[in-house]
Design a protein around this ligand. Structure first.
Ligand SMILES: NC(=O)OP(=O)(O)O
Length: 322
């Protein structure tokens, strides 16, 4: 199951995720792997990350347990853009696991400016045990990963935000008690055409239903989750006025959500501008946006832990419906 950042505003469509069908396969170790996009992991592996995230959340938050499996490990955080959730969830999560984080902002380091990406990746991976990068072009993630001797986590590129999708899945599982047979309606920009092709191929293999439409009412009809994102991404501020006009009819508001399933939830990865969703929906009792934000922490902890060492959850596997 994959999800892309939506990058091609010229194509105005709405799309709906059908039931999330995950195939069965034995879990494999993730140690030493990169985490660039969820399409690199099969459904069973994604469930494993989610199981561990649930387990860590229960152990640290509910049980108030203290254990530090990543004591002595460190992560380098390469950020070309600003961030609240990705940065803070990773820094505090690494701290809880006993490790250390070093933030490397765009104006702090030479990466891609006075030193090649490859040289930076070689140097940083000789000092850190793992790297996380938030970049503009997705190719930068691939370049860093190819030159790095340690795992690289994608903290957002122009194509993928896999950490966010893990947190979204965890939130859906917590709320609905399953992932199977949920109708997810994403209201916003059209996905990248290549990503659509990949999604269609996976859907044909798994039995998921994918539907793309220009009609927001059709998109949210009987949806269990209505999801949107900011229309003005970082670095696209110049396009703000054009996008406001272009997407004026696509605001998620009380009228639009009337067509959703009775148990609908609203999701948004944040930060949120009032442009794309009204306060009445964003702060509605059906909104799970802050639970979704908190889950960024437990999911990135699961990813860091699994890329650095094998981990067996203490708590039973949550029900995903598969
Ligand atoms: N959703 C998300 O990635 O938030 P930040 O930009 O604050 O990291």
């Amino acid at each position: 199951m994959i999800l892309s950042r939506l990058t091609r505003p010229k194509l105005i469509k709405f799309y709906v995720w059908g039931s999330i069908q995950l195939t069965q396969k034995y879990y494999s170790s993730f140690v030493g792997k990169n985490f660039a996009t969820l399409k690199d992991f099969d459904s069973n592996e994604i469930q494993k990350f989610l199981w561990t995230a649930n387990d860590l959340k229960t152990r640290f938050k509910k049980d108030k347990e203290c254990f530090q499996p990543l004591h002595g490990k460190s992560i380098g955080l390469i950020f070309q853009k600003r961030s609240t959730r990705t940065r803070v969830s990773t820094e505090t999560g690494m701290g809880l696991l006993g490790g250390q984080s070093v933030f490397l902002g765009a104006s702090d380091v030479h990466i891609g400016v006075s030193e090649s990406l490859e040289d930076s990746a070689k140097v940083l991976s000789s000092m850190f045990d793992i790297l996380l990068a938030r970049v503009f072009e997705h190719d930068i993630i691939d370049t860093l990963a190819a030159a790095s001797s340690v795992p690289v986590i994608n903290g957002l590129s122009d194509l993928y935000h896999p950490l966010q999708i893990l947190a979204d899945f965890l939130t859906l599982q917590e709320h609905f008690g399953r992932l199977k047979d949920l109708k997810l309606s994403w209201v916003g920009f059209a996905p990248d055409e290549n990503v659509i092709k990949i999604c269609d191929k996976i859907a044909s293999q798994t039995g998921s239903l994918l539907h793309y439409t220009h009609d927001p009412k059709e998109a949210v009809h009987q949806a269990n989750a209505i999801i949107t994102d900011t229309w003005v991404s970082m670095g696209q501020e110049k396009e703000k006025e054009r996008k406001i006009k272009l997407f004026a009819d696509y605001i998620v508001n009380d009228e639009l959500v009337k067509g959703a399933a009775p148990n609908w939830v609203f999701m948004h990865c944040l930060p949120r501008y009032p442009l794309e969703v009204t306060d009445s929906v964003f702060y509605a009792k059906n909104s799970v946006v802050f639970q979704e934000a908190e889950n960024r922490k437990w999911t990135v902890m699961a990813v860091m832990l699994h890329l650095l060492q094998d981990y067996s959850p203490v708590y039973p596997k949550p029900n995903f419906g598969f």
